[in-house]
Design a protein around this ligand. Structure first.
Ligand code: SF4
Ligand code: SF4
Length: 416
């Protein structure tokens, strides 16, 4: 699809890159069949192809209206469209760039802009989020019922296994996960320990940058990426085998560091090295299980029936859905069928906060399909999906890592 870039945009790096990506689209429409927003809204302009048209219009100097912005904002950035595209259109990068170009042309209205700043500030800073969470947990018993249900459950403290092996992998420190679900990383550290690998955390690391990346703040995202690289680099130089995140949304962002910092002369090579080291925990654990199968406690009657909610980031970005399913089957679980597996659950980073009605619609649809196969519990692999599903699920929802780690026989040496 040819793009005649408007002369006012020739100096914009984002516009030039977006034009190149738009030009790789052949306008076939195959992506629409897997797009959740097209499925729900039934409007061509809420399909990937429709949004690519809108971005092309903006790049050619067409008027950017509130509707243009709304159709782009409706996108979940789930990247399901990338998996269906025969031309390899990098839609995930394109939607971020398209929004950036539109923001450069016409600043986002005040309140929507402020809500994005507030969400970014709150969620991507662990100390700020921790403080707000502590206040929320303290006030929770006194809140009206409708507000009480919005305060996430206070997690039990979780302990990492003390590093004791020569083989080491790095973990992302993260932002939301250590506050609300610290057990996910603790479970990963326990599982890896049993395979003879230690999970280590760099003390200065933090948010992966994904929230800022998708909320109009690409420079803040790059700052977060550089900070993580600085924190990890001494460990990388000492020879860690991989970088793992127990949250697939963050893992997907880490995999993109090389691309997102490719023009940064100080960080491009380091960022490419980081991306090359990123593995999904499912892939890493399977490779070790091949040589050294885990011994787990037996499952109780019915406990083996599991519904696996596959996060979009696991399926469409990390492309490791099959790896996690393989670990679950190896651990004795039977995965119940889930219809419309490709549909996003509506969590999608900050989408559930910015577009609550559509997010709830996708959530109800997802939960209906998850319980249809009569599982005894639901597991997933991304903190956002898990917390989102937990809000309304009739079944327990947890992380697959915790589920398996709970079945490891105890060993006195294993906990800090
Ligand atoms: S990223 Fe997801 S919601 Fe957005 S256009 Fe692609 S398939 Fe549709
Ligand atoms: S499938 Fe790919 S090439 Fe076809 S319309 Fe969608 S983005 Fe364009």
């Amino acid at each position: 699809m040819r793009v005649d870039l408007h002369q006012n945009l020739i100096a914009s790096d984002a516009a030039v890159e977006a034009a190149t990506l738009v030009e790789s689209c052949v306008h076939c429409g195959l992506c629409s069949s897997v797009c959740p927003t097209y499925e729900v809204l039934e409007n061509e302009l809420d399909s990937p192809r429709g949004r690519i048209y809108l971005i092309r219009e903006a790049l050619q100097g067409g008027e950017v209206t509130a509707k243009t912005r709304a159709h782009l904002d409706n996108c979940l950035n789930c990247k399901a469209c990338e998996t269906a595209c025969p031309s390899g259109v990098q839609y995930g990068h394109l939607i971020d760039l398209g929004q950036q170009v539109i923001n450069e042309q016409q600043v986002r209205p005040f309140w929507p802009r402020m809500s994005r700043v507030a969400i970014r500030t709150l969620l991507s800073s662990r100390p700020v989020l921790k403080t707000v969470a502590l206040v929320g947990w303290a006030l929770k018993p006194y809140l009206p019922t409708n507000l009480r249900s919005k305060v996430p459950v206070r997690p039990s403290p979780a302990t990492w296994v003390t590093p004791r092996h020569a083989r080491k992998v790095l973990s992302l420190s993260g932002c939301v996960q250590p506050v609300f679900t610290p057990g996910h990383d603790a479970a990963l550290s326990l599982l890896l320990d049993r395979f003879g690998v230690s999970l280590i955390k760099a003390s200065d690391g933090g948010c992966c940058g994904a929230l800022s990346q998708h909320l109009d703040a690409p420079e803040a995202a790059r700052a977060a990426m550089r900070r993580n690289i600085d924190a990890w680099w001494p460990h990388i130089e000492r020879g860690v085998e991989a970088i793992l995140s127990s949250s697939t949304g963050c893992g997907a962002q880490l995999m993109d560091y090389g691309h997102l910092l490719r023009d940064d002369k100080d960080y491009a090579l380091k960022a490419a090295r980081v991306s090359a080291l990123v593995r999904d925990p499912g892939e890493f654990i399977n490779a070790m299980w091949d040589k050294n199968p885990l011994v787990l406690s037996p499952l109780a009657e019915g406990e083996e029936r599991l519904a696996f909610h596959v996060p979009c980031s696991l399926r469409n970005s990390l492309r490791a859905k099959a790896q996690v399913e393989k670990v679950l089957r190896r651990a004795g679980y039977k995965l119940t069928p889930v219809k419309e597996e490709h549909m996003c659950c509506g969590s999608a980073g900050a989408y559930s906060l910015l577009q609550p009605d559509r997010s709830e619609e996708l959530l109800s649809r997802k939960l209906k399909h998850l319980v249809q196969g009569n599982p005894t519990q639901v597991v997933s692999a991304n903190v956002g999906c898990i917390m989102h599903l937990q809000k309304s699920s009739p079944l327990d929802v947890g992380h697959w890592l915790e589920l398996i780690a709970r079945r490891l026989p105890s060993q006195e040496t294993s906990h800090a």
